[in-house]
Design a protein around this ligand. Structure first.
Ligand code: ADP
Length: 726
């Protein structure tokens, strides 16, 4: 039997060979270390932080099965599919699985054939299931979405409460709890309810550096959205709306405008809701227009934009919803359309709460949201401040404010004095729009009706555009020189600080803006038409296997392919995110498509694009010959790996290359002649382009290494003698 990569090896080896990542995200390494040492763990990490790896990787190295508790039944299949694609034996048990199949799966687990078992909490806590659990070897309980245990969380699930019995029943099994919900109250609840012992605690940063925050005035928002969608043709994403009706209307309008979109809200029949969600996550539809009912349970990693058509209720909600963009780490946009009317509506709803206490809380939350939308300082900084996290800034502009600021400040004291004075002349009884109209010398009805055309401040601001005055007003509100009274239709009044500016000439500095706001998503692949072809291929493969497309390869991987135009499987595994089994499983089909494209168009690799993404594998040219030399001396691939300090996988790559080029002709030492015959026969049956079907055909008794060696041998023969490609 050949090397079993998953079973042995250290953490880094498994990270690279099984998961295809070159490094850990923040905290992953330490969390994994704690889990492996048998300590309880509590990890607070934002969406997209990479929680799953923190239990999936240890599961491969620990003795026994890791039980993953998750409330998201709809996601279990995708998660398990994804693991299987990586070559990790995993399965799930929940209400969608029938009794007979459950006992099959339980037997598999009991026989030690499964490293990760996903279970819904209500199933886990059934007496019979617990008895069965006690009879097998459980390595770890990983509690995902652990905040569901707390009544104070935004997603309390009574079933989760039952989990408190796990500690009593399985005192020896370590527990690892994961959540993205940050409040202290919820954290305390989780620790207490699960009876975590002396747990190692981790708190990830809530900063999502790849998200660009952009607040836009809600004027012609639909046209603006269309413009955005046309400017980013490959991008798919979510549009959140405040009401069910609006989701349907907007989705219909988008379809009319030629953008495929589906609605999603709690009022749709279960089946349709599920179908629409699936159409989105499988890339059959580009946009999902949803109420907040569309939330947890979306783990599509390549959501390129999250647009809020209406104002969310709280900043925490906004963070969670917008956070569904860009889990894959690629640049993504979070756009919020904002208007004073929306702000008023939010306050109105807060005031409708049943008790005074609830009203107070809701109003406070609404105000935080509104302040954020109206902020004149970096939005990321303010969002992180909400989570008590400092932010020092980053090199690239990270929000509309940073992007539109030139980094310079200008002295706007005189303009500020004009504005403040106009507020006073209009008797502090009007909102921004009216004050600006007066400043700019408007003769509109309302101005004339109040006689404001006769004020000394009428028209003193006509030298500057309306936008300038609106920005300045926001800035003065932000710095506390103006107050905006929400109770009284947002009327402006001048504060003490404002009087100092007006009367004592205290200076006001404002960031200088530039014209265009940069959008973050500029993710054109080197060859956009090839990118589309690879996406089509991916969609077809995903449909055939009934899995989501990203389970095959991420967008970032496809883009990297367009840049590098690889010709060999080994080059594919050098792309971050391409695990070995996926490269084996699908690589050849993608390579074929790329080869066709190259011969049709004469395209050449443009390596300079997204260079930093590319993992550089040290591989001197004579590396293969060195492996061949050691092989000819009688060493096994594993021994060569040890001698050379490579993983066995690399040595097999070398050997396959040498076999295919004819440098090594006898492979009997690698695979017995009998097995060669069986494998060759299987390849004749199901083709050799993809190894996964061959492996499925032959069963677990055959390793990918053996298959690759035999395929390399087959490929030295004239093409006519090969198994048919499928
Ligand atoms: P969470 O559950 O915390 O929201 P996931 O576990 O779904 O996050 O991971 C988010 C994304 O990050 C996934 O697409 C995953 O493949 C990717 N990812 C996780 N760990 C790493 C890593 N070390 N390097 C690169 N990508 C990673």
């Amino acid at each position: 039997m050949m090397a079993d990569e998953a079973g042995g090896g250290d953490v880094r080896t498994v990270l690279a060979s099984t998961f295809g990542y070159q490094s850990f995200r923040p905290h992953q390494g330490e969390i994994i270390e704690s889990v492996l040492s048998g300590q309880d763990v509590f990890a607070l990490m934002p969406t997209g932080g990479g929680k799953s790896l923190c239990y999936q990787l240890p599961a491969l190295l620990l003795d026994g099965v890791t039980i993953v508790v998750s409330p998201l039944i709809a996601l279990m299949k995708d998660q398990v599919d994804a693991l299987r694609q990586l070559g990790v034996p995993a399965t799930y048990i929940n209400s969608t699985v029938d009794a007979q199949e459950i006992s099959v799966r339980q037997r598999l687990v009991a026989d030690g054939g499964i490293k990760l078992l996903y279970v819904a909490p209500e199933r886990l806590m059934l007496p019979g299931f617990l008895r069965w659990l006690a009879s097998i070897r459980v390595a770890l309980f990983a509690i995902d979405e652990a905040h569901c245990i707390s009544e104070w969380g935004h997603d309390f699930r009574p079933e989760y409460r039952e989990l408190r019995r796990l500690r009593e029943l399985f005192p020896a099994v370590p527990m690892a709890a994961f959540t993205a919900t940050a409040t202290a109250r919820v954290q305390t609840d989780i620790t207490r309810e699960l009876a975590l012992r002396d747990s190692a605690r981790f708190r990830g940063s809530f900063n999502r550096p790849n998200l660009f925050y952009d607040v836009r005035a809600k004027r012609n928002a639909f046209d603006d959205i269309l413009k955005y969608l046309h400017a980013h043709p490959g991008a798919s994403g979510i549009i959140y709306c405040g009401s069910r009706k609006e989701t349907e209307r907007l989705a219909a309008d988008l379809n009319t405008a030629g953008i495929s979109a589906l609605p999603y809200h709690a009022g749709l029949p279960e089946q349709q809701r599920h179908g629409n969600q699936e159409a989105f996550s499988r890339d059959r539809v580009r946009v999902i227009v949803a109420t907040i009912a569309f939330g947890m349970g979306i783990d599509k990693p390549d959501v390129r934009f999250v647009i809020h058509y209406d104002l969310p209720r709280t900043l925490e909600n906004y963070y969670q919803e917008s956070g569904r963009a860009g889990r894959d780490g690629d640049p993504s946009d979070c756009i919020l359309y904002y208007s004073g009317a929306d702000a008023m509506r939010l306050r109105y709803f807060a005031g409708e709460k049943a008790t005074q206490e609830e009203q107070r809380i809701a109003l406070g939350q609404a105000q935080q949201m509104i302040d954020w939308a109206e902020s004149t300082v970096c939005r990321r900084k303010r969002l992180l401040a909400y989570f008590d996290e400092p932010f020092e800034g980053q090199d690239e502009p990270c929000c509309d404010i940073c992007a539109s600021s030139t980094g310079e400040q200008e002295d706007v004291t005189v303009a500020a004095q004009k504005l403040l004075s106009c507020v006073i002349r209009t008797r502090e009884r009007f909102g921004v729009t009216h004050v600006v109209a007066v400043l700019r010398g408007s003769r509109e009805k309302k101005v004339l009706a109040f006689g404001h055309d006769r004020l000394s401040t009428h028209g003193i601001g006509s030298g500057q555009p309306k936008e300038f005055w609106l920005d300045l007003a926001k800035h003065l509100i932000g710095m506390g020189a103006l107050r905006q009274d929400q109770e009284r239709f947002n009327t402006l009044s001048v504060t003490d600080a404002g009087r100092r500016v007006l009367l004592e000439g205290e200076r006001v500095m404002m960031p200088v803006k530039q014209r265009e706001t940069a959008s973050q998503v500029a993710m054109v692949a080197a060859y956009p038409d090839l990118f589309e072809r690879l996406r089509a291929l991916r969609r077809r493969l995903a449909d055939e296997r009934n899995v989501a497309p990203f389970i095959i390869f991420y967008d970032a991987v496809l883009r990297e392919m367009c840049t590098r135009l690889p010709t060999r499987v080994v080059e594919l595994t050098a792309i971050p995110g391409v695990g070995e089994s996926r490269a084996e499983g699908y690589g050849q089909l993608f390579l074929d498509e790329i080869a066709r494209y190259r011969s049709e168009t004469g395209a050449t690799p443009s390596e300079t694009i997204s260079e930093p993404l590319v993992k550089r594998r040290k591989r001197p040219n004579d590396s293969v010959s060195e492996t061949v030399r050691l092989f000819n001396e009688g060493n096994t691939p594993e021994e060569i790996a040890g001698l050379r300090g490579f993983v066995a996988r690399t040595i097999y790559d070398h050997l396959a290359e040498a076999i295919q080029s004819g440098e090594i002709s006898n492979i009997d030492r690698l695979v017995s002649p009998e097995r060669q015959a069986i494998i060759t026969d299987a390849m004749k049956q199901v083709g050799e382009a993809l190894l996964t079907p061959v492996r499925d055909y032959l069963g677990d008794g055959y390793s990918y290494e053996e298959l690759r060696v035999v395929r390399a041998k087959l490929r030295t023969s004239p093409p006519g003698e090969r198994g048919s490609d499928n």
